[in-house]
Structure formats: structure tokens, C-alpha cells
Design a protein around this ligand. Structure first.
Ligand code: HEC
Length: 161
């Protein structure tokens, strides 16, 4: 019976020392988590591809007076910019993203007012802001324009009657 406490301390000792050797392999550190996330998170170029689609869909929703869809698209577009600031924390370009928010808000205002002239001029301003960031960051060859054709053929941009 006297052996019992000894046995307990022996078990404790071995499990503790086992723990010590197992720790580096099993513990998820902030560093490894960051590496895993960086591997699976979309890159800035991918996020921009999404933004490009929302930009084009927003235009077709707006010019069709489809204000509900336009509201949806401007919200999605803004969400992608916010996502870029959260994911791409090490890219210096993302520091310029907040400059987009005022032109995004102008488009949202026009949508709220259901005002076509206001929408068109706010959309032009938004597009110019895309290009000024590209120009400021040596991506001036990525030129964004007012779309001349719907970005997809499998979506109806007209208001459903
Ligand atoms: C804060 C700066 C910034 C703003 C604002 C910005 N972009 Fe970009 N954009 C970039 C950078 C940087 C890249 C290059 C990313 C890369 O490939 O790593 C890029 C790349 C792109 C690309 C190329 C992606 C590809 O794979 O072909 C498109 C398209 C694009 N942006 C669209 C837009 C649109 C549309 C807007 C406005 C609604 C916009 N961008 C606003 C910084 C910006």
C-alpha cells in the first residue's frame, strides 16, 4: 500500500514530462494559426476580382432602377474592402482602403434616394477612386471602367414585376 503514493507521483511525473515533449507538436500557437490562415485566406488579387464583379453588377442594377439589388451589391462591395483590411494586414496598399468609404457612401446615398443622376455620378467617382488607388500603388495598368456589358448572362438585373 505504501507504494501507492509513489506510483501516483511516478504517473504524474511521466505524464508531465510526456506533456513537455508533446507540446511543440500539438499546441497551436498564434504563429502557426497565422500561417494556416494565410495559406487559406484569399489574396488581395482574389478579393479584387470579387470587388470587380460587384462593381459591374452594381452598375447594371442601378441603371435598371433595381435599387434593392443595387443596395445589396454596394453592401457586398464594401464588405470585400473591409475583409481586405482584415486579411491583408501586411500589404501596405490596404491602408488606402478607408479613402473608398466616402465614395461608397455616396453611391449608397443615391441608391437610398433612388436618384439615377446621383447614382451615375457617384458611380463614376467610385470608379475613379478604384483607379487612383491602383495608380498610387504601381498597379496603374489595372484600369477599371464603366461596364459596357453585363458581367454575367445568368442573372436578370431588371426589377422583377
Ligand atoms: C486600397 C487600394 C485599392 C483600391 C481602393 C482598389 N484596388 Fe483594386 N487592386 C489594388 C491592388 C494593390 C491590386 C493588386 C493586387 C494583387 O494582385 O496582389 C488590385 C487589383 C485589382 C484587380 C486585378 C485583379 C485580377 O486578378 O485581375 C481588379 C480587377 C481590381 N483591383 C478592381 C478594383 C475595383 C473595381 C476597385 C474599386 C471598386 C478597386 N479595385 C479598388 C488596390 C486597390
Amino acid at each position: 500500500m505504501k507504494l501507492f503514493p509513489l506510483l501516483i507521483s511516478l504517473i504524474l511525473f511521466t505524464s508531465c514530462s510526456n506533456n513537455k515533449t508533446a507540446q511543440p507538436e500539438t499546441q497551436i500557437t498564434a504563429d502557426s494559426l497565422h500561417k494556416i490562415m494565410a495559406q487559406y485566406a484569399p489574396g488581395l488579387g482574389e478579393i479584387m476580382g470579387g470587388i470587380q464583379t460587384h462593381h459591374a453588377k452594381l452598375w447594371y442594377a442601378g441603371i435598371n432602377n433595381n435599387w434593392k439589388l443595387a443596395q445589396y451589391e454596394i453592401d457586398e462591395l464594401k464588405e470585400r474592402f473591409v475583409q481586405a483590411t482584415q486579411i491583408e494586414t501586411e500589404r501596405p496598399e490596404v491602408k488606402m482602403i478607408p479613402m473608398m468609404y466616402s465614395s461608397i457612401d455616396s453611391v449608397a446615398n443615391a441608391i437610398h434616394n433612388k436618384n439615377m443622376d446621383q447614382f451615375k455620378s457617384a458611380f463614376h467617382l467610385l470608379t475613379a477612386s478604384c483607379n487612383s488607388c491602383h495608380a498610387a500603388n504601381n498597379f496603374e495598368f489595372n484600369v477599371i471602367t464603366i461596364p459596357t456589358a453585363p458581367p454575367v448572362s445568368n442573372q436578370d438585373f431588371k426589377v422583377k414585376q
